[in-house]
Design a protein around this ligand. Structure first.
Ligand SMILES: Nc1ncnc2c1ncn2[C@@H]1O[C@H](COP(=O)(O)OP(=O)(O)OP(=O)(O)O)[C@@H](O)[C@H]1O
Ligand SMILES: [Mg+2]
Length: 348
C-alpha cells in the first residue's frame, strides 16, 4: 500500500520571492499521528495548503493516497479533513448550524447528517452548547467546533494547522485527548503542525522538525531526544560577560573528556554538559569545578526536550511561549556555595 502522504522535493516560492518551502521530502503511513514542528514562518501552513490542494507547489511532488494532489484535487478533498490555523466558524450560526452547513456542502443526506452532527457534538463536548450562537463561544469551544467541522464527512486523513494555538492549558489538554482518541480508537491518520514542543512530544508518533523551509530532523520524539545522548546539566556563572565567558571556557576545558560527561557545549550563556546519567554526573561536575575554584551560579538538570533537539540542529531555541521560558527564568543562585542547602531541580 502506498503511504497516505508522500512528498518528494517539494518547493514553494511565493510570487513576491519568499521561499517558504525549500525542497522537503517525507511520508506518512496509514494510522500515523505525524507532526510538523517548527517556529513561526517555518513553512508549516504552506506545506499543509499544498497538501490540501489550496496552493500549487513551485516544484516537487505531493501525493495523498497515492495520487497527485493537483491532478486529483476533487478526489483529494473528499478524503481529507482540514482545520485551518484561523478558526473558520461562522459566528452568526449556532454550533449545530455550523456543522449542518458544512455537512450540506458535502451533500450528506439530511438524516445521516443529523446523526453525524450529534455524534460530533458529543465527541468535542459541545452538545450542551450546540444551540447557542458560535459568536458567544470561548476560544477553546470555537477550536473544538472547528475541529468537528473538519470531521463531518468522515475523512480518512485529517490535517490540523496549529490546533491549540492561543488556547489555555486546560483547553489544550482537552483537544489533545480528542485527537488521541480519533487517532487511536478510530484509526484516523493525522497530520498536525505545531510550534508547541510539548504538543508534538505528547501526540506525535513521528515528527519532522521544519525551519526556514527545510526539514532539519525527523523521527519519533524519543529517538530524536535519544540522539542527544542523555540528560543535560546546564551551568552558568556569575560576573560580567567577559568573566562568565572566561569561566565557561575554563570549565569546559576541565570537563571535556571526562568519563561522566558525554559532551560539553558552550551555548553563549550556559555551559551545557551532556551526561548519560545526569544525577550521577552532577556531583562529579561540581567537584571538578570546585577544586578549580570555579563557582557555579545557576544549575539545572534536565532530561532532553524537543527544544534541545531543535537547538542542536539550528543553534537556536524554538520561539515558544510560557512554560519553558518560566522555567528558564527561575534562578538557583549560589548553588555551589550554598552547599547542602542548595537544591538541584529536575525538569520533567
Ligand atoms: N501568501 C504569501 N505570500 C508571500 N509570502 C508568504 C505567503 N504566505 C506565507 N509566506 C511566507 O512564507 C514563509 C512560511 O510561511 P508559513 O505560513 O508557511 O509558515 P508557518 O510555519 O505556518 O508559520 P506560523 O507558525 O507563523 O503559522 C514565511 O516567511 C511567510 O512570511
Ligand atoms: Mg502557519
Amino acid at each position: 500500500m502506498p503511504p497516505v502522504i508522500d512528498v518528494v522535493d517539494l518547493e514553494k516560492t511565493y510570487p513576491d520571492g519568499s521561499q517558504a518551502v525549500r525542497g522537503i521530502s517525507f511520508s506518512v503511513e496509514e494510522g500515523e499521528f505525524f507532526g510538523f514542528l517548527g517556529p513561526n514562518g517555518a513553512g508549516k501552513s504552506t506545506t499543509i495548503k499544498i497538501l490540501i490542494t489550496l496552493l500549487a507547489p513551485t516544484a516537487g511532488q505531493a501525493r495523498v493516497f497515492g495520487r497527485d494532489v493537483r491532478a486529483d484535487a476533487t478526489r483529494t478533498r473528499t478524503v481529507i479533513g482540514y482545520a485551518a490555523q484561523e478558526v473558520g466558524v461562522d459566528d452568526d450560526l449556532t454550533g449545530r448550524e455550523n456543522l449542518m452547513l458544512q455537512g450540506a456542502l458535502y451533500h450528506i443526506e439530511p438524516r445521516a447528517l443529523r446523526r453525524r452532527v450529534n455524534e460530533l457534538l458529543e465527541l468535542v463536548d459541545l452538545a450542551p452548547d450546540a444551540d447557542r450562537q458560535a459568536g458567544s463561544y470561548s476560544g477553546g469551544m470555537r477550536k473544538r467546533l472547528d475541529l468537528a467541522t473538519g470531521l463531518i464527512h468522515r475523512p480518512q486523513l485529517l490535517f490540523l494547522d496549529e490546533p491549540t494555538t492561543g488556547l489555555d492549558p486546560q483547553n489544550r489538554a482537552g483537544i489533545w485527548s480528542y485527537l488521541e482518541d480519533l487517532n487511536k480508537r478510530e484509526g484516523l491518520t493525522i497530520f498536525l503542525t505545531t510550534h508547541y514542543l510539548e504538543e508534538a512530544d505528547r501526540l506525535c508518533g513521528r515528527l519532522a522538525i521544519i525551519d526556514h523551509g527545510r526539514i532539519i530532523a525527523s523521527g519519533s520524539p524519543a529517538s530524536l531526544k535519544a540522539e542527544l545522548g542523555g540528560d543535560l546539566v546546564r551551568l552558568s556563572f556569575r560576573g560580567s560577560d567577559e568573566e562568565t565567558h572566561a569561566q565557561r571556557s575554563r570549565a569546559a576545558a576541565l570537563l571535556e573528556g571526562r568519563a561522566f560527561a558525554a559532551g560539553v557545549r558552550d551555548d553563549g550563556t550556559e555551559l551545557v554538559v551532556t551526561a548519560r546519567e545526569g544525577g550521577r554526573a552532577l556531583p562529579q561536575i561540581l567537584r571538578v569545578l570546585d577544586e578549580a575554584q570555579i563557582y557555579v551560579d545557576d544549575l539545572t538538570l534536565t532530561s532532553p526536550t524537543l527544544d534541545d533537539v531543535f537547538l542542536k540542529y539550528t543553534g537556536e531555541r524554538i520561539r515558544e511561549d510560557a512554560p519553558v521560558q518560566n522555567w528558564r527564568n527561575q534562578r538557583m543562585a549560589g548553588f555551589l556555595r550554598a552547599g547542602a542547602g542548595g537544591r538541584a531541580r529536575r525538569r520533567p
